[in-house]
Design a protein around this ligand. Structure first.
Ligand code: NAD
Length: 355
């Protein structure tokens, strides 16, 4: 029997396929815009300048200083350039950092956005924006920040180094894992979440063997879209809370921290989320979903311990404290003893266990 549910969808226009960058001018026109402002990180300044050249008169400028965690001073600097250029739409080419900058500008200006993701983080499909000011990261949800168009061009993802591709994909899988046992889980999003895990898990070993395998890259990007949509549609739980705490308080790297924590958070919740476990096992084609995710991460060469990410062992108690102080809803009750055991195992890089 189908359990009662609420399903809320976000408006989305998704253009997916190799070479789809070729439709950018048309997509700008569809928005009724004529002056596009291009955003990127310093690493991807070359991609941004190619886009500006490709757009010709449709481009009015660029800002290539996007940074992780959307610092407000960077947003204000970019906004000054956007305003001076008289932009009427934003084009963000890059990962979650660049897309976060476009969202932060859209929050303040309501300019329409075209997101061109080049990682698997999934921010393009959510109405969530995290911003950092004076070392404090705050998150809010607003439809103003949801990109109007997502343009997925697999050709742009081939340059993503294998190690980053792997952790970025595990970050995406984490969205779907938590989406499956979310408090707002619903049948439509669960279909997307399961398919997202399947597509990414199947693509990853091929992508590690050959980072330029376009079929594998396409499958991974498709999975990333489904996982990002899941993140945008339903609430997250313990795994995301732990990762936000570890990232925010101990400055651990975003995607790598997700890769390490995921099997352990799933083991913590497993006996409270049997339907999610069954779907994840079906998606992976393996029994024992937490161990299967741990083995997958290990086989792909992803980090498996907090220790190797630079987490001080004596900080684990603080993580437990912060997790309990402002908890997210979670299927399994949050207990200090179990949380500490989870973190100890993750710190050591041991296989996941329920207790
Ligand atoms: P990122 O955007 O910081 O990218 C990492 C580095 O890789 C950057 O230097 C970037 O320029 C480079 N890069 C990206 N794509 C590349 C490519 N194809 N080839 C070569 N280099 C490439 O990393 P991320 O993991 O995508 O994003 C992390 C940020 O996104 C965090 O701040 C996180 O909080 C945020 N995020 C937000 C949401 C949301 O819904 N608001 C969701 C997921 C992540």
């Amino acid at each position: 029997m189908v359990s009662p549910f609420v399903y809320q969808s976000h408006p989305a226009r998704v253009v997916f396929g190799p070479g789809s960058l070729g439709t950018l001018a048309e997509e700008i026109g569809r928005l009724g815009a004529q002056r596009a402002f291009v955003l990127s990180t310093p690493d991807q300044a070359g991609v941004a300048s190619d886009l500006v050249a490709r757009l010709g008169d449709l481009a009015c400028g660029s800002f290539t200083g996007a940074r992780m965690h959307t610092p407000v001073d960077v947003t204000l600097a970019a906004m000054a350039d956007v305003t001076a250029a008289g932009a009427d739409c934003l084009v963000a080419v890059g990962g979650g950092s660049t897309i976060g900058l476009a969202k932060a500008i859209a929050l303040r200006t309501d300019l329409p956005q075209i997101a061109i993701p080049t990682t698997y983080a999934g921010s393009e499909a959510t109405a969530i924006i995290g911003q950092t000011e004076d070392g404090i990261k705050t998150t809010q949800t607003s439809l103003r920040v949801l990109p109007e168009v997502i343009l997925y061009d697999v050709d742009l993802t081939s340059s993503l180094p294998v190690a980053i591709s792997v952790v970025s994909a595990l970050n995406a899988i984490a969205h779907s894992v938590e989406g499956l046992y979310s408090q707002q889980a619903n049948p439509v999003i669960s279909l997307m979440a399961q398919e997202g895990i399947r597509a990414l898990a199947a693509a990853l070993p091929r992508l590690v063997r050959d980072p330029h395998d376009l079929a594998a890259r396409s499958d991974a990007l498709y999975g990333a879209w489904l996982c990002g949509t899941t993140l945008g549609a339903v609430g997250m739980a313990l795994h995301h809370k732990l990762c936000h705490t570890l990232g925010g308080t101990f400055d651990l790297p975003h995607a790598q921290t997700h890769a390490v924590i995921l099997p352990h958070a799933l083991a913590y919740n497993a006996s409270y989320a049997p339907d999610a476990i069954a779907r994840i096992e079906a998606a992976l084609g393996r029994r024992d979903a937490p161990l299967a995710l741990h083995n997958l991460a290990q086989a792909l060469g992803a980090p498996v311990s907090l220790k190797e990410l630079g987490m001080p062992r004596d900080g684990l108690d603080r993580v437990v404290e912060l997790t309990l102080a402002k908890p997210y809803w979670n299927p399994a009750p949050l207990e200090a003893r179990r949380l500490k055991a989870l973190l100890e195992r993750a710190w050591e890089g041991l296989p996941p266990a329920a207790d």
